[in-house]
Design a protein around this ligand. Structure first.
Ligand code: PMT
Length: 215
């Protein structure tokens, strides 16, 4: 199976020295890429800025902004069987980043925000019948309801929901717990364990789902 994984955060510039981003360390996405490779799949990884070594045997494309990630996903998605979007894409960016460093003495800057592109929504029309698209949902409340809404609205086959309100899982942690919702109504619970273990179970479930879809 050919798997395309996205991992890590994106960054959006406020000025030449500052940016807005989020707490994603890339650990979940890198664990998925590494475990998928160990399970014998062909893996490509699109990564935001992280402090992790590139996983062995995997082609990594490094990006910074949501626009960069969208361009890379659009280019690479046609050659995968399964897309796993574990990246935490910044949802907002300054409409006009300052071209010179904002000066502290000028006081807090007034920033007009705009939405970044929704990558999964943008690529939904490109999805081939044989492909499986899996998103992640990072939620602090209403986990199941919000994840199922994203599954529908982003036209996904699968979504892996994680509770990011707790410190022992989700962002930055070495561990995670996932509730995986499938478009056919099935649910898979992956209890709190290492991100490597969560990744292995998720990849196996996606391989089964892809094999069934192909029949
Ligand atoms: O990197 P770690 O520190 O290991 O943390 C792992 C994680 C918490 C980042 C990861 O498990 C996770 O939940 N990733 C998705 C985070 C997220 O952005 O969730 P969301 O609910 O905001 O987005 C839903 C889905 O839409 C995601 O698949 C996301 O990649 C995608 N998205 C989001 C925004 C956007 N503009 N375009 C998108 O395609």
């Amino acid at each position: 199976m050919r798997i395309l994984v996205t991992a890590g955060p994106t960054r959006e510039a406020l000025d030449p020295v500052r940016f807005i981003s989020n707490r994603s360390s890339g650990k979940m996405g890198y664990a998925i890429a590494a475990q998928a490779r160990r399970l014998g799949h062909d893996v490509e990884l699109i990564s935001g800025p992280v402090a992790l070594p590139p996983p062995r045997g995997i082609r990594v494309v490094n990006i910074v902004t949501a626009d960069d990630m969208l361009a890379a996903v659009k280019k690479m998605v046609r050659r995968c069987d399964v897309l796993i979007m574990a990246a935490a894409v910044a949802d907002w960016r300054p409409k006009k980043p300052a071209t010179r460093k904002l000066k502290k003495a000028s006081g807090p800057p007034r920033i007009t925000w705009e939405a970044t592109p929704d990558i999964l929504k943008a690529i939904a029309p490109l999805k081939k019948k044989s492909q499986v698209f899996c998103g992640f949902a990072a939620e602090t409340h209403d986990l199941a309801r919000e994840a199922k809404r994203k599954l529908r609205e982003k036209n996904l086959d699968v979504i892996a929901a994680n509770d990011v309100a707790q410190n022992d899982r989700g962002f930055e942690s070495d561990n995670n717990a996932l509730t995986v919702f499938f478009a056919d109504g099935r649910t898979l619970n992956i209890p709190l364990s290492s991100k490597a273990n969560c990744a292995r179970k998720l990849v196996r479930a996606l391989a089964d789902f892809w094999a069934q879809k192909k029949k």
